[in-house]
Design a protein around this ligand. Sequence first.
Ligand code: AMP
Ligand code: MG
Length: 359
Amino acid sequence: METKIYKLDYHAIDPEIIKEAAAVIRNGELVAFPTETVYGLGANALCSDAAKKIYAAKGRPSDNPLIVHIAKWQDLLYIAKDVPKEAEKLAKAFWPGPLTMIVNKNDRVPRETTGGMDTVAVRMPSHPAALALIRESGCLIAAPSANASGRPSPTMAEHVAEDLGGRIPVILDGGEVGIGIESTIIDLTEEIPMILRPGYITEEMLKSVIGEVRIDPGIIAADSAVKPKAPGMKYRHYAPRADLKIVDGSKDAVIETINALTEEQQKQEKKVGVIGTDETAACYRGDLILSVGSREDEDEIARQMYRILRAFDESGVDVIYSESFATPRIGQAIMNRLLKAAGHQVLMAQQNNGGRKIV
Ligand code: AMP
Ligand code: MG
């Protein structure tokens, strides 16, 4: 299949391109499009055959539900069985934006869209191309991240083309996304609303609007016996091809430890990648050293993370050592993705002896 790629200007979305893409959605086919978080792979959410095509194109397990993207509050009322009181407050505060809410679904939503669940995940994106596509198509659009299953989420149209080129008819290219990590997911069907996936909208932001909020213990535990409630969070899906380890500790100890590990690996003819920051990148001696930006700018770290993981995949390094990025606001979301990519392998750096212990 030929994949058509259309460039869009964020500030002047071309209505003709949106019309063409909307017709593809109405026809039950797939369109990849930019959102403010990552690129999505969209299909008509209320058509089971269209939703099935998403799973086929991505190679996504059929029990991993999709997020339904909407353009107006009434769309949520149209597919929800009941609307919890918190939903309206959260929508007023954070929609359109990077927050996904889980509510009970009604019969309009096919089980193919929800991976067989009785609940549905709903989000109103803020990206003008996403909103225009939803409105013009007249459909609600189910869209998971537009990567092949097992690859990092796409933050640029080129990533989508790498993974899905030739498998989908249309990619809308809106340039690099603004946030770079997927939406926060909050489950409103729980007695106390529960965060199933951390994201740009933090626990504190949610608490300031609806009061008590819990975090799903399954997403914090390194122990795979504790199952996360969002089916997608159980997969180690951000895994780069090389073995990734996170090195935590003070700045100097981390640099010393990563350099000692690099030397050991290079003696064994292994190629070493390092994920550092603008402040530290020059201190490393690996074969490929990439900076996620300044440690002072956590938005930039979030935006760069997946692009950098992909770059290492292209480079053929055998191991990657990464600094830890438990930054104040979105550090929880960044580290959730990075820890998964690393299969929870974390080394504590110790200074002056190049030593380290595994925690
Ligand atoms: P993606 O769009 O690729 O980020 O994947 C969507 C995420 O939302 C996955 O982790 C899903 O497991 C999660 N999700 C979607 N619908 C539900 C639901 N009804 N209940 C719990 N998690 C969900
Ligand atoms: Mg995904």
